[in-house]
Design a protein around this ligand. Structure first.
Ligand SMILES: *[C@@H]1O[C@H](CO)[C@@H](O)[C@H](O)[C@H]1NC(C)=O
Ligand SMILES: *[C@@H]1O[C@H](CO)[C@@H](O)[C@H](O)[C@H]1NC(C)=O
Ligand SMILES: *[C@@H]1O[C@H](CO)[C@@H](O)[C@H](O)[C@H]1NC(C)=O
Length: 269
């Protein structure tokens, strides 16, 4: 009786060790993401960003000369909020620039290869919205963001990665499938460019303004999931809005939607 039990626990410990090893270290992801943010502030892509083998995608298009994109422009960043996906070695950052001369709201996924603290940047995937994009107003966005809480969720209260991703997918499936199983929460507040569904009421809902009937899908979805803050970032192509480059980020609490942030590029690109 003793031997099988020993073998089993040795097996479980071995499996856990492998999982821990495959994860990317939080501090390595954080350092690289900070490097990206300071590159954007300076308008000078760092060595990390310019390294061989890094693909740069801006508003759903591959850009070969990184400095010709938004990363080549210095921006006065007012706020940046990051999430970390250790199993998939990726991060997402939401950046707000209220500078009247050059306002932006940017959502950027960084995807890395490697494990532990030995990680290499492979892909910068960014959606950059400014004047002319869907309901854009960076000053309003910043005001809403400052009233929200995207903080760490207590260990025992966290939703699983699968729950978070399923919720994000169900929401995006609403375009084309009005019976997609979205875990609506109340209150829930959606920031869509500079517009907000929330009025500060306990009854605020995100289940408003979503078209029903036949719709083209939201396709080419790319994900970053951080269960420590109940958040999922999805970059995609919003086919209903002329194939617009789009960023959706969701926060869930207790399995229910709490916040939705969207950025949708409407300028002719
Ligand atoms: C880091 O990863 C690279 C690529 O996988 C590998 O060639 C290199 O040996 C690793 N370095 C260390 C210190 O583990
Ligand atoms: C953005 O919203 C602010 C605050 O409501 C307003 O003062 C400003 O005029 C708006 N900016 C634009 C470009 O519409
Ligand atoms: C729509 O979503 C429901 C609920 O998940 C699912 O049963 C159904 O197959 C979906 N329909 C389509 C056309 O994808």
């Amino acid at each position: 009786m003793f031997l099988p039990r020993l073998t089993l626990s040795a097996f479980i410990i071995g499996a856990l060790a492998r999982i821990a090893f495959a994860d990317c270290q939080w501090s390595a992801l954080q350092d690289a993401t900070d490097d990206y943010i300071s590159s954007q502030e300076d308008g000078k892509p760092s060595d990390l960003i310019l390294a061989d083998g890094v693909t740069y995608r801006e508003n759903n298009k591959i850009v070969s000369d990184i400095a010709s994109g938004i990363l080549g422009q210095p921006l006065k960043i007012d706020s940046s909020r990051k999430i970390f996906d250790q199993p998939n070695c990726a991060t997402f950052t939401e950046i707000v620039v209220t500078d009247e001369e050059n306002p932006y709201v940017i959502g950027t996924q960084l995807h890395f290869d490697g494990s532990g603290d030995n990680i290499t940047l492979a892909l910068i995937d960014t959606i950059a919205t400014t004047t002319g994009d869907w309901l854009f107003n960076a000053t309003k966005s910043l005001g809403y963001i400052e009233q929200e809480n995207w903080g760490t969720i207590d260990m025992g209260m966290r939703d699983s990665r699968e729950t978070l991703k399923a919720a994000a997918d169900a929401y995006l499936d609403l375009w084309g499938n009005s019976s997609a199983p979205v875990p609506w929460g109340t209150p829930c507040r959606r920031m869509e460019g500079g517009a907000y569904t929330g009025e500060g009421l306990e009854t605020d809902s995100c289940n408003v303004g979503i078209p029903d009937g036949e719709q083209p899908p939201n396709s080419d979805r790319r994900y970053v999931v951080d269960e420590t803050v109940g958040s999922v970032s999805v970059l995609c192509k919003f086919e209903t809005m002329k194939d617009a480059p789009d960023s959706h980020e969701f926060r869930l609490e207790g399995g229910k939607l709490r916040y939705v942030h969207t950025m949708t590029v409407m300028r002719e690109m």
